[in-house]
Design a binder for this molecule. Structure first.
Ligand code: UN1
Length: 500
């Protein structure tokens, strides 16, 4: 199938693909695959106003009914899984299985949100006053701006959208400029669900805006978009977060990670190697959750390094559409330049680097293909503490668990982390208050590939936001505390007397 065939199979039309100003390139071969129309910044006010109007109608629809729309979305995604997965592969360069996995993640969050639509629970609370009752009610908050990154071009939208919709909020989606086509294809699927759902869903419930900083800025600075859920770099978040806060909006930020694995002396090394390779090399190291640092006990460090070198040498690098490939291309040549520069820096900081070379034979020409790299580091130097969005794995050693945990935590980011150990004391210490400082901490599995059922996000420079499962839905609603007096008196709390 040609690139155009893939796009057409996902429902994209000639009008979607041509005549616009935004050139879209496939990481597979660097080919220009479309010229997409960008949203005119001058239209943003009207788009936001439409979302506000949709909000006033959608919040009246009972939550379980809103869940029905999300159920239909899940059904349509099931039908379109292969076609949409193929667009993810084409536009983000993911291998086939990961492209499909991403759509599966969308389906999973839809299923979750459907159940949630009947469970937007509030508490009842004991009142100190006779004849009084207290409770909490959760109300829709308003339009939710969703800014997504190229590396999960559709799953992260679905985490936010499935939740926002059942919570009663419209969505305005600004995808990465690198991946507008998956967004357009996803909107076609969404439209099919909306058509089946019927007129109870207002016009403008889910809107797509395409473009650069100006478009994002319009969302970020509008008081009429109370929630901004943004995924991307720490630099982007450091601009978006304060701007949203300054106008009293609510940011949900999911930014950089610098995820580590501690490998203890008792670890099942073969399992650890499998976990390391998937999480460091999968998605060509371009997940927020990708493994970037292995902190191995010095007694097993050499053995582990040898096993890793062996595993890395056999990794099939190439066309992500080929079912045998495990390492596809980086998103673009700039990403490869950054990777090579990071490895240079690591060398200057004393690293011994294995791999990390540009691959140009046996791969489609025009794409940015690289050998995944392992950099054995003498210390956790500056480059190790920096997130480079590429398959670089820094290898460090440790002697005591305290030292390993301190190394694990001594980075600016706080997304995901894990320990491989069969020692229960070590595992529990790692998960305790004195252990990992990350939003995600795992035992005997890698840091990436989280299920949707848990809350997803992290601390420190990762931004503190939580999306996806557990009670992340609360981030999309406003909490109202209610006190109801069913007595014939008016007692004051805290024993205050105010008789007149
Ligand atoms: C991301 O990289 O922004 O846990 C999201 C994972 C995926 C989500 C990653 N479920 O790796």
């Amino acid at each position: 199938m040609t690139h155009t065939d893939v796009l057409k199979a996902a429902g994209l039309t000639e009008a979607d693909l041509t005549g616009g100003t935004l050139a879209v390139h496939s990481p597979i071969d660097g080919a220009e695959v479309a010229r997409v129309n960008e949203t005119d910044a001058a239209d943003m006010m009207a788009i936001i106003a439409k979302a506000q109007e949709a909000f006033r109608a959608w919040r009246q629809v009972p939550a379980p009914r809103r869940g029905e729309l999300v159920r239909l979305l899940g059904e349509e995604l099931r039908k379109s899984k292969e076609e949409l997965g193929a667009v993810v592969t084409l536009e983000a360069g993911k291998i086939v299985s990961e492209g499909l996995g991403e759509v599966q993640e969308m389906i999973d969050i839809c299923d979750f949100a459907v159940g949630l639509s009947r469970q937007l629970y509030g508490l009842t609370i004991a009142s100190e006053r006779a004849g009084h009752r207290m409770m909490e009610t959760w109300h829709p908050l308003g339009p939710c701006g969703v800014i997504t990154a190229f590396n999960f071009p559709v799953a992260v939208w679905s985490w936010n959208t499935a939740l926002a919709l059942v919570c009663g909020n419209p969505v305005i989606w600004k995808p990465s400029e690198k991946t507008p086509l998956t967004a357009i294809a996803t909107m076609k699927v969404m439209q099919r669900a909306l058509d089946r759902f019927g007129s109870e869903a207002p016009v403008g419930l889910v809107q797509l805006v395409i473009g650069g900083v100006e478009i994002g800025e319009a969302l970020v600075s509008s008081k009429d978009v109370p929630i901004i859920s943004a995924t991307g770099s720490t630099r982007m978040g450091s601009v978006v977060g304060p701007k949203v806060m300054a106008r009293w909006g609510r940011p949900i930020l999911e930014l950089g990670g610098n995820n580590a694995m501690i490998v203890a002396p008792s670890a099942d090394l073969d399992m650890a190697v499998r976990a390391i390779v998937f999480s460091a090399v999968g998605t060509a190291g371009q997940r927020c959750t990708s493994l970037r640092r292995v902190i191995a006990h010095n007694s097993i460090r050499e053995e582990l390094a040898a096993k890793l070198a062996k595993a890395y040498s056999s990794l099939p690098i190439g066309d992500p559409r080929d079912g045998k490939t495990l390492v596809g291309p980086l998103v673009d040549h700039a990403a490869r330049d950054k990777m090579l520069a990071a490895l240079e820096k690591a060398r200057s900081e004393g690293a011994t680097v294995h791999g990390g070379k540009t691959v140009s034979s046996g791969v489609p020409q025009g794409g940015a293909y690289v050998e995944p790299a392992i950099a054995e580091m003498p210390t956790q130097s500056e480059i190790v503490r920096t997130e480079t969005f590429a398959p670089i794995l820094y290898l460090l050693g440790y002697d005591t668990l305290d030292e390993a945990i301190a190394l694990q935590n001594d980075v600016p980011q706080g997304l995901s982390s894990c320990i491989f150990t069969l020692n229960m004391r070590e595992a529990e210490t790692f998960l305790s208050h004195a252990g990992s400082d990350c939003g995600i901490a795992n035992v005997n599995i890698g840091p990436s590939g989280a299920e949707i059922g848990g809350a997803f996000g992290g601390e420190k420079e990762t931004g503190g936001g939580r999306e996806s499962g557990s009670d992340a839905w609360r981030g999309y609603m406003r909490r109202q505390t209610n006190t109801i007096n069913y007595s014939d008196r008016l007692p004051l709390a805290q024993g205050v007397k105010f008789d007149f």
